[in-house]
Design a protein around this ligand. Structure first.
Ligand SMILES: Cc1cc2nc3c(=O)[nH]c(=O)nc-3n(C[C@H](O)[C@H](O)[C@H](O)COP(=O)(O)O)c2cc1C
Length: 157
């Protein structure tokens, strides 16, 4: 959760903050409570600002107050130094706690990427998509689109 403005949430977190702070707001189980919710939280901020990381602190406080359970420590990233180092320092403890609380085992994958990218040295130019379909395929796409429209438009309501 990032903090912006003068200790404010980002635009896409405004509604969330409003729902968390409004005690008359009911969640899906019909109360302003979140029993059973387990969460991890890492805040993004910058220590040069007066209201350092306040949004992640507030979310953490609201969730705890509503009966949710935090897994591990709340993490804090300081953009004035290195957000990435802060994250790396925090994440191992968090995953340990996560595995313990959720009763799961960390996979062997760990920090290994799921995909590898390799460069193909010899490829046929006509097999490489360069952002524009050849005319024959363009025509086929238009025909498919028109017949799809006809099928959809002629369906009984
Ligand atoms: C206009 C602006 C206002 C900010 N206000 C705060 C703030 O009040 N408190 C804080 O801890 N960090 C503040 N920050 C730092 C951001 O939280 C930090 O740069 C963070 O990395 C932003 O997340 P993002 O990289 O996902 O955009 C502010 C950054 C900007 C650009």
């Amino acid at each position: 959760m990032a903090t912006y403005g003068e200790g404010e949430p980002t635009d896409n977190a405004v509604q969330l903050m409003q729902n968390l702070s409004d005690e008359s707001f009911e969640f899906s189980k019909g109360e302003h409570k979140l029993y059973g919710l387990k969460y991890v939280i890492f805040g993004l901020g910058n220590k040069t600002y007066e209201h350092y990381n306040v949004i992640s602190k507030q979310v953490d406080e609201y969730l705890t107050k509503m009966g949710a359970t935090r897994i591990g420590q709340r993490g804090e990233g300081d953009d004035d130094k290195s957000m990435e180092e802060d994250y790396l320092e925090w994440k191992d403890g968090m995953w340990e706690a996560f595995a313990r609380v959720m009763n799961v085992e960390e996979g062997q994958g760990g920090d290994t990427a799921d995909f590898a990218v390799s460069e193909i040295q010899d490829s046929l130019p006509e097999k490489v998509y360069r952002g524009m379909l050849p005319p024959s395929l363009q025509l086929m796409t238009i025909c498919l689109y028109l017949s799809f429209r006809r099928v959809v438009c002629s369906c009984p309501r």
